[in-house]
Design a protein around this ligand. Structure first.
Ligand code: GUE
Length: 282
C-alpha cells in the first residue's frame, strides 16, 4: 500500500488565495494587518524561518517588521521592547521567535505580550482560553494540522488520535483541538513505555518530538493518517521529519511530507491569526 501525500504547500497556497478578499476588505476600512517579529541572537535556522514569514506577509501586501536584537540582549531590554509594541495601535501581531538565548526566561517573555496580539497563541491566557474551549488565537502549527485533516475530509469524531510530544507549542494544543473535535486522544512523551503499542492504535498519529525519523512504518496502523511536525536539518543540509517517510508511507493511508507538509501550513496560519486580530478592530 502507498499513502496519499497531504500537500501542505498546495493547501497553504489555496488558503492564501482565499485570504485576499479579507485583506482587501480590511484595507478598504483603512486597516493593513501588521506583524512584528522579534529575533534575538543569530541562530541560522531561526533567521531562515523569520525571513520566510516576512516574505509571505510582504507578498500578500501585509505589514511585516523584523526587529533583530543581539544574543546578549538583557531580558529587561526585550521586555521593554515588547511593552512598547503592545502600545502600538497599528500593530495586530507580535511574535518573539523561539528558542531564546538561555539567560532569558521564555514564559516571562511570552506572558509580557498583549494576549490580544499574541498571534502564536502561546500566552498563558491564550493557552487557558483554548483549554476551556473559547480560543482567542490557536497556535499556528496545530491549527494548520487541523486544516490539513479537514482538507482530506478525515473523520476526527470517534477516532483514536495519538500525539507524540507534549510541548506547550505543539503537542498539548494539538491534543486539545483533536479532543474538541471528538477524538479520543493519547499524549505520549519521552518517558512513555512501549511507544509503539500506543502509536499502532492510532487512526490519526501526530508526531512532534524533534527526534529525526523516530517513528517507523512498523509503528503505524495500516491506513492511518500520519502528520509529521518534525523539521530536523541533517549535517547534509537536508530536512528530515520525525517520521521515517520511506517505511511509513508504505503503511499509512495518508501522510504529510517534510518539507512541504506542516511547515508551510504553520506560516499561513500565522497570516490567518494576524488577519483575525486585525478584523477584531472592525
Ligand atoms: N514564536 C515562534 N513561533 C513559531 O511558529 C516558530 C518559532 N517561534 N520558532 C521556530 C518554529 C519552527 N517554525 C517553522 C515554520 C515554518 C517552517 C517551514 O516553512 N518549513 C518548510 C521548509 C523550510 C526550510 O527549508 O527550512 C517546509 O517544511 O516545507 C518550518 C518551521 C515556526 N516556529
Amino acid at each position: 500500500m502507498s499513502a496519499a501525500i497531504i500537500d501542505g504547500k498546495a493547501l497553504a497556497s489555496q488558503i492564501k488565495a482565499d485570504l485576499q478578499e479579507r485583506i482587501a476588505h480590511l484595507k478598504s476600512k483603512g486597516i493593513v494587518p501588521a506583524l512584528t517579529v522579534i529575533l534575538v541572537g543569530d541562530d541560522p535556522a531561526s533567521a531562515v524561518y523569520v525571513n520566510s514569514k516576512h516574505n509571505t506577509f510582504v507578498q500578500l501586501g501585509l505589514k511585516s517588521e523584523v526587529i533583530r536584537m543581539p544574543a546578549d540582549t538583557s531580558q529587561e531590554t526585550l521586555l521593554n521592547k515588547i511593552r512598547e509594541l503592545n502600545q502600538d495601535k497599528n500593530l495586530h501581531g507580535i511574535l518573539v521567535q523561539l528558542p531564546l538565548p538561555k539567560h532569558i526566561d521564555t514564559n516571562t517573555v511570552i506572558d509580557t505580550i498583549d494576549p490580544n496580539k499574541d498571534v502564536d497563541g502561546f500566552h498563558v491566557s491564550n493557552a487557558g482560553a483554548l483549554m476551556t474551549g473559547n480560543p482567542r488565537f490557536i497556535p499556528c502549527t496545530p491549527y494548520g494540522v487541523m486544516k490539513m485533516l479537514e482538507s482530506q475530509h478525515i473523520t476526527i469524531r470517534g477516532a483514536e488520535a495519538v500525539v507524540v510530544g507534549a510541548s506547550n507549542i505543539v503537542g498539548k494544543p494539538m491534543a486539545l483541538l483533536l479532543q474538541k473535535e471528538g477524538a479520543t486522544v493519547t499524549i505520549c512523551n519521552s518517558k512513555t513505555k512501549d511507544l509503539a503499542a500506543h502509536t499502532r492504535r492510532a487512526d490519526i498519529l501526530v508526531v512532534a518530538t524533534g527526534r529525526p525519523e523516530m517513528v517507523t512504518g512498523d509503528m503505524i496502523k495500516p491506513g492511518a493518517v500520519v502528520i509529521d511536525v518534525g523539521i530536523n536539518r541533517g549535517a547534509d543540509g537536508k530536512l528530515k521529519g520525525d517520521v521515517e517517510f520511506a517505511s511509513a508511507s508504505q503503511v499509512a493511508g495518508a501522510i504529510t511530507p517534510v518539507p512541504g507538509g506542516v511547515g508551510p501550513m504553520t506560516i499561513v496560519m500565522l497570516l490567518v491569526n494576524t488577519i483575525e486580530s486585525a478584523e477584531r478592530l472592525l
